[in-house]
Design a protein around this ligand. Structure first.
Ligand code: PPE
Length: 309
């Protein structure tokens, strides 16, 4: 489904709501040439008590943090961006949707140093269903190890969600899909498991849960944090600082991806090797069910994860 079929009328841009088709930039925008933008991906869920944005504060926090290494001052504070987002989701009549805040160096002068460029800020929202295909959540996805490595944090900060850095993810995704896999797994510079192009990765072995630590060059995913908490609350031992070798993927009992777009998606094979029984494993099922229960029902113990619209 393309944007033009999605029936959303406006985008918030630099302090005002503009028509979807008018939300445009100049071709000499700094970020278009050098990738100097930062962004977020957030979901709003249609919960039992009405639409609510999932972990909005954490996403906003990461948004501002991402801007820091680029000396980018986002010219709106948290309250202004929250108000704009809530107003956007509400006025467009969206119940569950995906929200994409982006800030970037705009149009003034080219040349690497962005000093004279204005910082532009926009927030768009649209309905976005299952990220990795219709039956991915139920039956899992077939993935392949990418021949592209994840960039190291000494090259580009991996804890910042920088637009330009996503060419790494795009290459991995093109390769995987070109070879008829649904998604890639990207190894880091050392050859250990980092993450998916747009997802964090979890492994289950002997009933315990493992996920690569932040030093492995991953994005500090907010769904990752949520799933760590949920799994622990369910009673699982979670190792959130793991180093996972490529070989361990093939022999894992279960593997799954987490991400705002991907939610909790089982992985059923890696490089054509079946993982576990080649279906959604029991721990994945348990964590995934609880995740969807939490975002649908907003239970008391997770109340602070939601910003009502
Ligand atoms: N790693 C990467 C590289 C990544 O892009 C994402 C999110 C994650 C991990 C998971 O982070 P979090 O969403 O905070 O749990 N990827 C976003 C972009 C997807 C896209 O195709 O665009 C997302 O899921 O919104």
């Amino acid at each position: 489904m393309g944007f033009n079929e999605m029936d959303v009328e406006r985008i918030w841009m630099d302090g005002e709501f503009v028509d979807w088709d008018e939300a445009q930039v100049h071709v000499l925008t700094h970020a278009l040439h050098y990738g100097t933008g930062v962004f977020e991906g957030v979901r709003c869920y249609d919960t039992a008590e009405g639409p609510a944005i999932f972990r909005w504060e954490e996403h906003l926090d990461r948004f501002y943090q991402s801007a820091k290494p680029y000396d980018m001052e986002i010219p709106f504070d948290a309250e202004e961006l929250t108000e704009a987002t809530v107003e956007l989701v509400r006025s467009e009549g969206l119940d569950s949707c995906y929200i994409r805040p982006v800030a970037f160096y705009g149009y003034e002068m080219l040349g690497l140093h962005p000093s004279d460029c204005p910082v532009k800020t926009a927030i768009a929202a649209w309905p976005w269903g299952t990220y990795l295909g219709e039956d991915a959540l139920e039956n899992g996805v077939d993935v392949a190890i990418s021949s592209w490595r994840k960039y190291a944090s000494s090259q580009i900060p991996t804890n910042a969600k920088t637009t330009g850095a996503y060419v790494n993810s795009v290459l991995a995704s093109l390769e995987a899909k070109g070879n008829d896999y649904v998604e890639a797994i990207v190894l880091n510079k050392e050859g250990n498991v980092a993450e998916g192009p747009g997802e964090n990765l979890f492994l289950v072995r002997d009933g315990e849960v493992f996920t690569p630590g932040l030093a492995e060059g991953i994005l500090d995913g907010i769904t990752r944090r949520s799933v760590i908490r949920i799994a622990r609350d369910l009673g699982y031992t979670v190792h959130d600082d793991a180093t996972i070798s490529r070989g361990e993927l093939y022999t894992a009992d279960e593997l799954f991806f987490t991400g705002t777009a991907a939610e909790v998606t089982p992985i059923r094979s890696v490089d054509d090797n079946e993982i576990g029984a080649g279906t959604k494993g029991p721990v994945t099922d348990d964590v995934q069910s609880r995740f969807f229960e939490v975002v649908e029902e907003r239970p008391e113990e997770y109340a602070d994860w939601f910003t009502p619209v």
